[in-house]
Design a protein around this ligand. Structure first.
Ligand code: NAP
Ligand code: MG
Length: 488
């Protein structure tokens, strides 16, 4: 492979560089589609490059699956379902899933580096969050495989068949784990399509699946763009579609599936409110704001992109937030000091720039710390918007970048109605010393998850998913298992 050179970045002189080594990773120059337990070339022989967004260098190339490839993958999954996986003793299925979990742990460093190379996220995030959580999901659902009869009291479970799964680029391996682990535990087989810009950890996962001796065809991984995703959704032999991505594509999928009898779950966009009351621990809350929107470049569906601060502490919070923004390290995703890595793609960078222009035109005032961004690659400085109101587009629409819009409030009821004034309902955060306020706010905000005095905490046993245009169905926990079974 063309290994990424160590990048030189300006870290403000505060830290010596601490780059993670890439010597231990193995990547091929070209990958195949993972179908029926083998890496095979695409039928049309078409390939596309996957690049490192931090320096725009090509890392590898992957096939673009066409209708025939999608059909082969679905057929392989069907055969494996009928002949092997649905007939296997549940405890045996569990053993394979445990094996996948252990192999991810063993190869965690390799997975973390590839995730950061291919997607641009800081190594600290991929090393400490994405990869451990991906392994944890496999461990968690492996444990359910032989306990399905006890998961839903009074009911037995029946697997659905072949699951077609489509995932985005912001948590590539973790999203693959969220999809594959419960599907396999419940006795289904899988065809998964990773996002175009981040296919590599899914293909590495295919290697792990082979190493774990999972029977051929139980998991198939096909790369390609939106068209490949469309083919998978439409394929008549797919019984369940699981999609994570934008609300726009989610709506399209819902229309496509209407009347087909296929089951589906959709995990879509978000525009979370992060609410700071005057009685909150302010320094802790400021750290929470930074974590909620700036780490991971704001490429998080549940990012706290709308900040509501109680008027009496607004000056203090904004001043401390600006100070903290000035200390954030933007740069090489493989450097352990990095807080903000590269924007995932040129397209996403253009979208962020467009929204910031819209925000300015609508009268918002912008604050960005002074920092030197590298010339090559895709970068965006953390950005704060004040002087905005509920009707501004940057307050209503998902930007998916490190851009925060601040408003103030006076009363609890006012902030609840402002927080709920959005088409989305995926997540939220509330910071206060008073338990009664926590209970009121968390009860009245229409969002799937609301963190109290913290943000972005995940656990495989707790369900995740949206209200309103943020989607339908839940992933994680027993609810996540429910999405892959019929109760009989
Ligand atoms: P996206 O454009 O909707 O793409 C998501 C996936 O769908 C990609 O694999 C994409 O392929 C594929 N796709 C595109 N068009 C399709 C079609 N017509 N039919 C079937 N598949 C299609 O979203 P994104 O920009 O990659 O991801 C960001 C979005 O995901 C944000 O809105 C974010 O909030 C959301 N998200 C939600 C959650 C959640 O749990 N709720 C988690 C993470 C992200 P290509 O990559 O080739 O385009
Ligand atoms: Mg890439």
């Amino acid at each position: 492979m063309s290994k990424s050179k160590t990048l030189k970045f300006d870290t403000g002189g505060a830290y010596s560089p601490a780059p993670e080594s890439t010597d231990h990773i193995q990547l091929k120059d070209r990958y195949g589609l993972f179908i029926d337990g083998n890496f095979t070339p695409s039928k049309a022989g078409k390939y596309f490059d996957t690049i490192n967004p931090a320096n725009e260098e090509k890392i590898s190339e992957v096939p673009e699956a066409n209708t025939k490839d999608v059909d082969s993958a679905v057929q392989a999954a069907r055969q494996a379902y009928e002949k092997v996986w649905s007939k296997m003793k549940p405890s045996e299925r569990g053993k394979y899933i445990f094996r996948i979990a252990r192999l991810i742990q063993e190869r965690a460093r390799e997975f973390a580096v590839i995730e950061s190379l291919d997607g641009g996220k800081p190594i600290r995030e991929s090393r400490d969050v994405d990869i451990p959580l991906a392994a944890a999901h496999f461990f968690y659902y492996a444990g359910w495989a032989d306990k399905l009869d006890f998961a839903f009291p009074g009911c037995r479970t029946k697997s659905l068949g072949v699951a077609g799964q489509i995932i985005p680029w912001n948590f590539p391996l973790l999203m693959a784990a969220w999809k594959i682990a419960p599907a396999l535990a419940a006795g289904n087989t899988v065809v998964l399509k990773p996002a175009e810009t981040t296919p590599l950890t899914a293909l590495k996962l295919a290697e792990v699946i082979r190493e774990a001796d999972v029977p051929p065809g139980v998991v198939n991984i096909i790369t390609g763009g939106g068209e490949t995703g469309k083919m998978l959704v439409k394929h008549p032999d797919v019984n369940k579609v699981a999609f994570t991505g934008s609300t726009e594509v989610g709506k399209f999928i819902m229309k496509t599936l209407a009347g087909s009898g296929k089951r589906y779950t959709l995990e879509l966009g978000g525009k979370a409110a992060n609410i700071i009351f005057e009685d909150a621990a302010i320094n802790q809350a400021v750290e929470g704001i930074v974590d909620a929107i700036f780490f991971n470049q704001g490429h998080v569906c549940c990012a706290g992109s709308r900040l509501y601060v109680q008027e009496s502490v607004a000056k203090e919070v904004i001043s401390k937030l600006k100070d903290r923004m000035n200390t954030l390290v933007i740069g090489d995703p493989l450097d352990k000091n990095t807080d903000i890595g590269a924007i995932n793609s040129r397209m996403q960078l253009e979208k962020i720039c467009e929204y910031v222009d819209i925000g300015k035109k609508e009268g918002g005032s912008v604050y960005q710390p002074s920092c030197t961004l590298p010339e090559k690659g895709f970068w965006y400085a953390p950005t704060l918007f004040a002087d905005v109101s509920q009707s501004h587009r940057i307050v209503q629409e998902e930007i998916f970048g490190p851009v925060l819009a601040i408003q103030t409030f006076r009363t609890v009821d006012e902030v609840i109605s402002k927080a709920n004034n959005t088409p989305y309902g995926l997540s939220g955060g509330v910071w206060t010393d008073k338990g009664s306020k926590l209970f009121k706010v968390t009860k009245e905000i229409r969002a799937g998850v609301i963190w109290a005095n913290t943000f972005n905490k995940f656990d495989p046993s707790s369900p995740f998913g949206g209200y309103k245009e943020s989607g339908m169905g839940r992933e994680g926990g027993i609810d996540g298992l429910h999405s892959y079974v019929e109760l009989v």
